[in-house]
Structure formats: structure tokens, C-alpha cells
Write a protein that binds this ligand. Structure first.
Ligand code: ATP
Ligand code: MG
Length: 452
């Protein structure tokens, strides 16, 4: 409702065009798409639109993944109905976005994204509904035909449409060839397309890592010189893209691709600097990303805070050291070091407050593993943040900060029954009390009184 007034003048269709380019069509006997794998709500949305006389197709990642025999993450729909027309057809729907208006159609708590075919507009800013700023598209709401829509998608593999009425794949940009031969090719001039939207470079990394596609030389070449353009992207969007990369189930590959193409530095400059003079840090990061991949691939939940806690650990440790006075640090200073580290990262990728708190808790808990008194152990293990802190502590063996025996002790105590647990606690030597004055900094850069 909110957007109805603005939408009436957004319906701009490219009227100068004579005729559409015809697609290459691939019918059921020649492709391997199993329609059973298509979400029933997506089928329903397409049917509602086509019953009303509109064109509507599945598009993008879902068609690509179905062709590659993978399970699509989501199902996107493209149509020639305007956002307002789509919204009127579905009671539970709303128009979202200003830069790029789309409609969310809700089914329970899930929703499908329905986008109107967009036309390609040149970088001169010739349409009021498509705006550019130094070559970057800041608004993209000029509507067009399906063949134009195909050309403004990013990679050829992402510009395939699936026609449910004919069970046919529609291909305007040789996307089928790219799927079959497994390569990633940017549509149009790669350098211009990265300038229009630098996030496409991050998307390239993700598709390379996730789908094992070869990035074509021409598509890969401009990345080095365009990498710095990511600084023009909002830190909130970069946070979302970072999560997509590291929660793709292929985080280790994504990390290596980002590093190799000079993009990791744009997202995590502090971490990149640390990596330069700390070879063990890479093992620590790769270990954590590997655990995340393993959890995702068996359907376990993951918290974005964990990855950020890992990536920023060294910066946090330095911040702690800076706040250490006469070998001591107060609990307030620990929080301050955490807040400061997160603040410095947030100018590159936002870190929402709920995650920031979890990150600080994971860090703060690290000193408890070494310093906790026996009687506090059961309560510590029962803490809701214990599990994440424990996983983090185990990874610190890769940095040489925690001994394997210590990590094993914490692993064992969680696995045993109440009596055995009690026995383990009794046998555990109490940590030495801190001398009143001047204590040496622990290896983790934190002090004994930091967490209690
Ligand atoms: P996945 O959902 O598996 O992450 P996807 O390709 O479906 O991959 P989405 O973000 O869901 O990614 O986008 C859906 C489609 O929208 C893409 O396949 C592509 O055609 C188009 N698209 C998304 N982002 C861009 C972009 N930055 N530039 C051009 N086209 C894009
Ligand atoms: Mg998708």
C-alpha cells in the first residue's frame, strides 16, 4: 500500500524496441529438470500470473541449480506484470525495495520473490527510473521484455528461464552451454558490469566456490582493478553478502577465492593484515570455516557471530593488549576492546547488535576455560553461549593457544554422566590465584580477572 503512489510512474516500458530476441528453447526430453523438485508455492504463483494472461517464469539460481542437479536455495519468479499488478493478485504480498522494486508473496512464514522484467539502460542515466552514480546502478526500475531482462542479469548461467507450461528452458545468453561446460561468464562487458554493481565480484566468488565453475579469463580479469569499488557498497549489504559466502556450505573455498582475487582485503582489512605476518591464523580461520561447512552440510544451525569472532580474534587480542595496564585488565576493558574491534570492522561490514553481543561473549569466555574454579564449572557448561565458546576454544589449539589435552578435557566432561562429571571436576587442579600485583598477560592476551 505504502508504495502504490510511487509506483504509478515507475511503469516505464522500453517502447522504442521493434521486436524481442527469440530464445533458444530446450524441452523436457533434452534437459534433466525434475519438476518434483520445484516448490509448490512457486508453481502456484506462476499459475496465478499466467491464468491472468501475464508471462511468468522461474528464473536465476533455481533454474541453474535444477540443471546442475542441485537443490535450489530459493525460487525466484520473473514476470511482465508490474509490481503493483503482482501485488493486487496476491493478498499476502508486498512491494519491497526502492533501488530495485520486487514483490514478496508470502506462504506461511516463507516468501517468494517476484520481479518484473527489467530493461537494460546505458550508463548515461537516460531513464528516470534507472539511476547511475559513477557507473554504479543506484536504482533499477525501468521495465522491459524478457530478452532485455536476461541481458541485465549477472552471469549467463543465471539468465535462464523455466517455462512451466511447456516444461522448457528459455536461453537468451548461451547459459545452457555454460551450465553444460561449467564456466562462469559475465553477460556484457565484465568491467562495466562490475562497475554497475561491484557485489557481482563477490557473487562470482560464491558461484565458483559453490558450483565448481571455471571463471572465464575475461570475466576474472577486471576483478583485480575493480576490487576497490566494493568500498562504495553499503556495509549492511556487504554484511549480507559475507554471510551468503560463509554460510554457503562452501566457506573454505569462498575464503580461498576471495583471497586469491584480492577481495578478502575489501571485506576484512584488519584480518588480511594479520594474515600477512601470522601463518597459523590461516589454519585457525580455515578450521573454523571447515566446521561451519560441515555443520551446514548436515543441516545443523550456524550463527554468523562465530565466523566474525574467528576472523576478528587477533584484532581483539591486540585491542586487549592495548588496554592492559601493569599486567592487568578489567572486565570493562575486555568489553571495551570487543566493542572497539567490532566498531572498526563495522565500517566495512555492519555487525548487527545481536551478533556483536554474541561475538563479545565468545571472546570473553575464552579466559574462563583456563581460569574457572571447579565449583563454577557446571554452571559454565549450562550457559547458553558455552557451546559456541567451547567450539572456539577447541579451534584455538590450531593457534597453539590451548593444549590438545585441555580441549579434550572440556570435550570429555560434556560427554560423561553426572557422577563421572563430578569426579573429573574434583580431579581438575584449581587455577593458581593471581598475585595481587603485576601478573603476566596470558597467551590469549586476556587476564585472569577478565571474565569473572
Ligand atoms: P542463490 O540464490 O543460489 O544464492 P541466485 O543466482 O539465485 O543464487 P539471487 O540473489 O537469489 O541469486 O538472485 C536471483 C537472480 O537475480 C540471479 O540468478 C540473477 O539472475 C539476478 N541477480 C541477483 N543479483 C544480481 C546482481 N547483483 N546483478 C545482476 N543480476 C543479479
Ligand atoms: Mg536465488
Amino acid at each position: 500500500m505504502l508504495f502504490a503512489a510511487t509506483l504509478t510512474y515507475n511503469v516505464e516500458v522500453n517502447i522504442n524496441r521493434q521486436q524481442s530476441t527469440l530464445p533458444q528453447k530446450t524441452f523436457a526430453q533434452e534437459h534433466n529438470i525434475d519438476e518434483q523438485k520445484i516448490c509448490k508455492h512457486a508453481k502456484r504463483v506462476v499459475k496465478t500470473l499466467t491464468d491472468k494472461g501475464y508471462q511468468a517464469y522461474l528464473v536465476g539460481g533455481c533454474v541453474r541449480d535444477l540443471l546442475l542437479n542441485m537443490t535450489p536455495k530459493d525460487f525466484d519468479i520473473a514476470t511482465n506484470a508490474t509490481p503493483e499488478e503482482v501485488r493486487r493478485l496476491f493478498d499476502r504480498s508486498r512491494i519491497i525495495g526502492r533501488r530495485f522494486q520486487i514483490v514478496h508473496v508470502y506462504y506461511g512464514r516463507e516468501f517468494l520473490e517476484v520481479s518484473t522484467f527489467r530493461a537494460q539502460v546505458s550508463g548515461s542515466g537516460s531513464s528516470p527510473n534507472t539511476q547511475f552514480n559513477n557507473g554504479q546502478i543506484t536504482r533499477d526500475n525501468t521495465f522491459g521484455d524478457i530478452d532485455e531482462d536476461a541481458l541485465r542479469r549477472d552471469f549467463t548461467i543465471n539468465a535462464l528461464y523455466y517455462d512451466l507450461t511447456e516444461s522448457a528452458v528459455l536461453d537468451f545468453c548461451s547459459g545452457m552451454d555454460a551450465v553444460e561446460k561449467r564456466y562462469l561468464r559475465m553477460i556484457g562487458d565484465p568491467s562495466t558490469r562490475y562497475r554497475e554493481d561491484p557485489v557481482r565480484m563477490l557473487r562470482a566468488m560464491r558461484f565458483r566456490a559453490k558450483l565448481g565453475l571455471e571463471i572465464e579469463t575475461d570475466t576474472a580479469a577486471p576483478i583485480a582493478e575493480c576490487a576497490h569499488l566494493l568500498t562504495d557498497i553499503s556495509s549492511a549489504r556487504l554484511f549480507d553478502e559475507t554471510i551468503k559466502l560463509f554460510h554457503s556450505g562452501h566457506a573454505v573455498n569462498c575464503f580461498h577465492e576471495l583471497k586469491q582475487h584480492g577481495l578478502f582485503h575489501q571485506l576484512f582489512p584488519m584480518t588480511e593484515k594479520e594474515l600477512g605476518h601470522d601463518p597459523q591464523l590461516q589454519d585457525f580461520i580455515v578450521g573454523a570455516l571447515g566446521n561451519t561447512d560441515a555443520r551446514i552440510n548436515i543441516g545443523k544451525s550456524v550463527n554468523p557471530a562465530f565466523i566474525f569472532a574467528v576472523l576478528l580474534w587477533r584484532s581483539f587480542q591486540h585491542a586487549v593488549t592495548q588496554r592492559t595496564r601493569h599486567g592487568k585488565i578489567s572486565p570493562e576493558s575486555i568489553w571495551d576492546a570487543g566493542r572497539n574491534t567490532i566498531f572498526r570492522q563495522a565500517s566495512h561490514t555492519t555487525i548487527p547488535k545481536r551478533f556483536a553481543i554474541t561475538i563479545c561473549e565468545i571472546w570473553k569466555f575464552q579466559s574462563r576455560f583456563e581460569r574457572i574454579r571447579s565449583r563454577q564449572i557446571p554452571e559454565f557448561i549450562a550457559h547458553p553461549r558455552f557451546r559456541a565458546a567451547y567450539d572456539f576454544m577447541c579451534l584455538r589449539t590450531l593457534l597453539g593457544e590451548v593444549s590438545q589435552a585441555e580441549a579434550d578435557w572440556w570435550t570429555d566432561i560434556q560427554a560423561c554422566g553426572p557422577e563421572e562429571k563430578q569426579l573429573m571436576i574434583e580431579k581438575r587442579p584449581e587455577p593458581k590465584r593471581e598475585p595481587k600485583a603485576k601478573s603476566r598477560a596470558s597467551k590469549s592476551g586476556q587476564q585472569s580477572n577478565s571474565s569473572e
